[in-house]
Design a protein around this ligand. Structure first.
Ligand SMILES: [Zn+2]
Length: 275
């Protein structure tokens, strides 16, 4: 994919949206060159970096500790950022197992988020249910007899806490499910409940090859995908600093402080004058 210059944030510089789980209304601002340097220079999905970027780019109507937000809210925020910077459409090319050709799987972020809305309120299944949450976010599995395990939706702070663990998914489960491990049947119920209250923004995408009709599948991990793409796009920043410093003798700091759209305007001008 060749990086293209595009007017991000619809030219407004900010975007408002609501997070699905907390219901928090947030404002995202357009990344500056300094944010782009962060995107470009750090390992994409490191949760520490995610927190830093969210703290820099997002504002909430209320005082909020971004690390306390559920992973689904953080990943939604990242998809919103991608939507504002790059656009709504996501497409990925897959090798077709049927004919060996290249097929494209594409979807819109708006639609994707619409299909991954968290369930609100209690959960009633045939033999079991879920109650809560309490003030600390714990919900309890009911109807199991014997053990009544409790669980909570993982937050960004949980991901940060387990980032250096030997087995992060295991460490995360130990923090968010009690007791752990659970008998298989109860573990499956907790997993179902978690997927209902906080559908993961990662998983398989399915479609059909337009040439031979074979089923095709690709895995989409919202956070990883968006960070990779934003980091790729952010690498423009070095050329831009070079162009603008050469042409106007502005300092790196001044150039990095500009919103992307303004920087792009100056760069276009400088390159026109070079010719
Ligand atoms: Zn095919």
């Amino acid at each position: 994919m060749a990086p293209t210059r595009k007017k991000s944030f619809g030219g407004l510089g900010v975007m408002r949206s609501e997070l699905p789980l907390s219901g928090l209304t947030i404002t995202l601002r357009e990344p500056t060159g300094a944010d782009d340097v962060l995107f470009a220079e750090y390992r994409g999905d490191d949760p520490h970096l995610v927190l830093r970027l969210v703290e820099r780019l997002a504002e909430a109507e209320a005082d909020v500790d971004w690390g306390d937000l559920a992973v689904i809210d953080i990943d939604t925020l990242i998809l919103r950022l991608r939507q504002a910077v790059v656009g709504d459409q996501v497409s990925s090319h897959v090798d077709c197992g049927g004919c060996g050709g290249r097929a494209e799987l594409s979807f819109g972020i708006e639609t994707y988020l619409g299909h991954h809305r968290p369930h609100q309120g209690p959960l009633e299944k045939r033999n079991w249910g879920v109650s809560g949450p309490d003030d600390a976010g714990w919900r309890r599995l009911t109807g199991a007899g014997g053990i009544q395990p409790r669980f909570r939706v993982p937050t960004l702070n949980d991901q940060i806490a387990v980032a250096d663990a030997q087995d992060p998914p295991l460490a995360l489960a130990q923090r968010c499910v009690e007791p752990y491990p659970l008998p298989t049947k109860l573990a499956a119920r907790v997993e179902t409940a978690l997927g209902t209250y906080a559908p993961p923004l990662a998983g398989p995408l399915r479609g059909y090859c337009p040439d031979c009709g074979a089923a095709i599948e690709a895995r989409f991990e919202a956070r990883q995908y968006c960070f990779q793409e934003l980091s790729y796009r952010a690498r423009f920043v070095y050329d831009d600093v070079g162009t603008l410093a050469g042409r106007y003798h502005w300092s790196e700091r001044a150039i990095l402080a500009m919103p992307y759209a303004r920087r792009a305007q100056y760069v276009e001008r400088a390159r026109r004058q070079e010719r």
